[in-house]
Design a protein around this ligand. Structure first.
Ligand SMILES: CC(C)(COP(=O)(O)OP(=O)(O)OC[C@H]1O[C@@H](n2cnc3c(N)ncnc32)[C@H](O)[C@@H]1OP(=O)(O)O)[C@@H](O)C(=O)NCCC(=O)NCCS
Length: 156
């Protein structure tokens, strides 16, 4: 799994994607500390213990470096930054039946704007899965020789 690089000074506007999910009553909001257990349990149930652990790290920062997609009180997706490592984006996951509505792009862009606000000029997407998703939404490019990268000593 390679890493990708994103230029944070030329990020697209969030609104292009937000219109689609706003029309369905879905919002992307910064996670709140009182919801930490609820959110990390949701992540663990759908995406496993490793992603839940990275998500828990996002709750150690102020502001919290995790965004969630919600409809009323229901969690539909999550994404984190500054969790796996400095300047890193991820993990990200959208509930399976809600994919394809722009929620993933909304979560990604909120997090990348968050990284920019921390002062970084570039962000790193660690150990990518869906390369075209990142190429298409934020013009990310694969980093040569980036495998195995930061996850090389992962136990499980
Ligand atoms: C990757 C993921 C977060 C994308 O979420 P999503 O809500 O379906 O994505 P969006 O609807 O915002 O997609 C935005 C654009 O990227 C494209 N896209 C999304 N996933 C894609 C994929 N796997 N391959 C190619 N293009 C993809 C969409 O078609 C859309 O393009 P459009 O603007 O032309 O319509 C979601 O599929 C997911 O949770 N996957 C499982 C977890 C995962 O793999 N996380 C990434 C780990 S690095």
């Amino acid at each position: 799994m390679a890493d990708m690089l994103v230029h944070l000074l030329t990020l697209p506007d969030i609104d292009a994607y937000a219109a689609g999910y706003h029309a369905q009553g879905i919002r992307v909001i910064r996670a709140m500390a009182p919801d930490m257990k609820k959110i990390t349990a949701w992540v663990e149930g759908r995406f496993g213990a490793c992603w839940a652990s990275e998500c828990a790290v996002a709750f150690t920062h102020q502001p919290i470096t995790c965004f969630i997609a919600v409809k009323e009180k229901e969690i539909l997706g999550f994404a984190c930054y500054e969790a796996t490592g400095k300047a890193f984006f991820g993990p990200i996951g959208v509930r399976e039946d809600m994919r394809g509505s722009g929620i993933g792009a909304g979560l990604l862009l909120h997090c990348l704007h968050g990284l920019r606000e921390l002062g970084y000029a570039y962000g790193i997407i660690g150990g990518v899965g869906p390369v075209p998703f990142y190429e298409k939404t934020v013009n990310a490019t694969l980093i040569p020789d980036s495998t195995p990268g930061i996850y090389r000593d992962l136990l499980g």
